[in-house]
Design a protein around this ligand. Structure first.
Ligand code: ADP
Ligand code: MG
Length: 338
């Protein structure tokens, strides 16, 4: 967002309400009342429970000042839809709270397009929000629904469950490393691989269809926003159990597979921002999950096992002959870690 740092280039007749009207008001499909009043009005389908989640993106913290506005609009909603997916909730509606340093219509048009394209894909409609002047910050609250007893919670993993993960892990962290100039001498990437990797960071795909399909199959689930070790750790502590992970089975893209072992391990185990789903399921569900992987055309990989012994243990593979690695280096992202 270049113009964002050069306010003198901006000139617009739009005020706050014009801005909301032009970029954030759409006909509603399921809300009783959408943008424009003091509150939106929503009725929840019969026999369903609301699932509600909020995620904030702050310039300088979650994205760089020159972030592409369209991708930012997509990502701000995607991270929320990912939380709904991790709970097996069907996306329904969302609100948008936006702080903008100044009026920038070109930026707003792109931001809105990126966000609304994703919203339309999942029939998740914008029903309200708040707009204020301030350092660029985006906060979305998304609502979904699901039958109460079908939520995929973090506290329902069971001993001997398989641990599964969707897609491929670590590319978003690799892209962040590229942007930050980390590992500069070590990386092996061509231009096309750089672009693909960057898309994984800037335009994550929430696994909504998978989350819905896992109802009645998976026991526990979480989306990977802070890193596999860290996020799986939440399932383990909430479910009062431990796990073994098989390093050689962790799914990586062909690009990440070309990198050094230490970069691979770091990106796959501690890299955040992948927004894949990590879930546990009984051994008896393996065939069903392999079939689901085919029908969704989405890689689903069995990466470990839930165990009674607390803590997370890393093995090279299922034979468990390789030595354990030091886990402390893979704790993942934590905003208030010392
Ligand atoms: P109030 O002062 O009553 O809180 P506002 O003047 O802040 O209402 O907002 C007017 C209407 O526009 C409300 O319906 C609100 O939900 C909606 N709105 C404000 N900002 C946004 C936004 N960024 N995206 C979508 N709707 C918005
Ligand atoms: Mg009001």
């Amino acid at each position: 967002m270049q113009t964002h740092t050069s306010p003198s280039t901006l000139n617009s007749a739009l005020d706050e309400f014009g801005l909301i009207q032009r970029y954030f008001t759409f006909p509603t499909q399921h809300a009783v009342l959408g943008v424009g009043d003091d509150c939106a009005l929503l009725s929840v389908p019969a026999q369903q429970t609301l699932a509600i989640t909020s995620d904030m993106l702050i310039e300088g913290r979650h994205f760089f000042p020159d972030a592409n506005a369209r991708q930012l609009g997509h990502k701000a909603l995607a991270v929320n839809l990912s939380d709904l997916a991790a709970m097996a909730a069907k996306p329904y509606a969302f609100t948008l709270a936006l702080a903008l340093p100044y009026m920038d219509e070109a930026w707003l048009a792109d931001f809105s397009k990126g966000m609304i394209a994703l919203a339309e894909r999942y029939q998740c409609e914008l029903i309200g929000g708040d707009t204020t002047r301030g350092p660029l910050a985006i906060s979305i609250t998304a609502l979904g629904y699901l039958p109460l007893n079908q939520a995929l919670r973090r506290d329902q993993a069971q001993i001997d469950d398989d641990i599964w993960v969707s897609g491929e892990l670590g590319d978003a962290r690799l892209a962040l490393g590229l942007l930050r100039g980390e590992w500069a001498q070590e990386l092996v990437l061509d231009t096309a691989q750089c672009a693909q990797t960057s898309t994984r960071l800037h335009q994550p795909q929430p696994r909504v269809e998978l989350g819905l399909a896992l109802r009645g199959i998976a026991h526990a689930a979480i989306d990977i926003s802070d890193g596999l070790v860290s996020d799986l750790g939440h399932i383990l502590s909430r479910s009062h159990c431990g796990a073994a992970l098989y390093l050689s089975q962790l799914p990586a893209s062909s690009t990440l597979a070309c990198q050094s072992q230490s970069i691979r391990h770091h990106c796959i185990l501690a890299g955040g921002d992948d927004y894949e789903l990590c879930f546990t399921a009984p051994v008896g569900a393996r065939d069903q999950l392999n079939a689901l992987s085919q029908s969704l055309d989405l890689r689903l990989t069995r990466i470990g096992k839930i165990e009674a012994e607390m803590g997370l243990r890393l093995f090279d593979d299922e034979t468990r002959h390789a030595p354990l690695l030091d886990m402390t280096q893979f704790r993942g992202f934590n905003h208030f870690a010392s």
